[in-house]
Design a protein around this ligand. Sequence first.
Ligand code: AMP
Ligand code: GLY
Length: 427
Amino acid sequence: MKVLVVGGGGREHALAWKVKQSPRCSELFIAPGNPGTAELGTNVAIKAEDIEGLLAFAVKEQVDLCIVGPEVPLADGITDRFQEKSIRCFGPSKAAAELEGSKVAMKEFLRRYNIPTAPFSIFDNAKAAHEYINQVGAPIVIKCDGLAAGKGVTVAQTEDEAHDAVAKIMEDHVFGEEAGKQVVIEEILRGEEISVFAFCDGHNAVLLDYAQDHKQAYDGDEGPNTGGMGAFTPAPNLLSAKDEDEVVRRIVVPTMNGLVKEERPFVGVLFLGLMVTNNGPKVIEYNVRFGDPECQPLMMRLETDILDIVDACIDGKLDDIELTWRDELAICVTLASGGYPGSYEKGKVISGLDATADDIVIFHAGTADKDGSICTSGGRVLSVCAFGDDVNSAREKVYAACDAIEFEGKHLRRDIGCREEARKQKA
Ligand code: AMP
Ligand code: GLY
């Protein structure tokens, strides 16, 4: 089977790494890929957003299956376009991907099916939004309707911050004219934030083992939000049995059924961003793809052939699949450029990539090959992953590997996995 993986980050390197292990994969392309994926298959210089370019390539090369990593091509309808040309594509249709592409559509969907979420209001003019903020006060959460590369949400502690967020979105249009036409203003939720992933075949959803991301830039969950500074899986103490039952019964099942009813069944990876509050789990957001970096440790532990899973999803036969996982815990630590998620310098030479021990896997994200030497080219540079019998042994191994890699300005969090250790001691 000829497989095309779309995207070029750590998530896509991990997906390509897993696809490559399948005996069913005869040829692997990654578009655009990165220096890490170049070791596994052929990188193709087409951007993930260039749907027509990707389609023309897939037709020419007679690609059998396309696996899409990032959200933008999904929101723009890549799956529908590939299907029109009879090429199998793993990811939701444009209509189903709207759950991530528009916060307004997402919140209205949650309301239609009575799925637990923060109470909210929708505004299509800035004046009314400002007046509402004056009325209800802070803290309050302001969300840009359209995709904003993870920067469209402000958890405002003060009214001034809330007004600023509305002005940026609706008056300055910093996320674009279309994305900023509407805002969602909602109540702040308090509790522990978790990610739940499910493979979906349109009707059925199978939950993956739990993974936990670490979004803030600095240790102790301090500092600005990032794309994700590290993750681990499994996290068996993340949800109580009662909360898990609620996630399935009140969130996953009504989501799948609601989309079927609306004739846009969900095929792909559904990623639920949840807040586990004192009143049970509530939906913060849907994403319509794997999380990055959660995907990296999940792929490390997944034993089932990913191509069998993907086929079963596309064919509506997920009932036939049993997910099996390696027993060990897998952990992933992001090595970032100094300054990330703010401005940072690029082009720093990376050393120590070769000197890795057994059971360490390094996925590339923001790297570039400059005349044979690997340099930094983005905010999140590498995802360093390790296995361990428990959190502590995995942490020991992964940080030894992180310390062996050097580049100027290297920044990482030292406390990935610590929350699981704390939960374990409480349990
Ligand atoms: P999103 O882009 O929707 O994932 O939101 C970004 C982040 O904002 C989430 O991961 C949460 O940490 C936070 N957030 C979003 N909505 C709320 C809310 N209603 N209450 C508290 N935090 C929130
Ligand atoms: N790790 C969070 C995300 O991929 O959105």
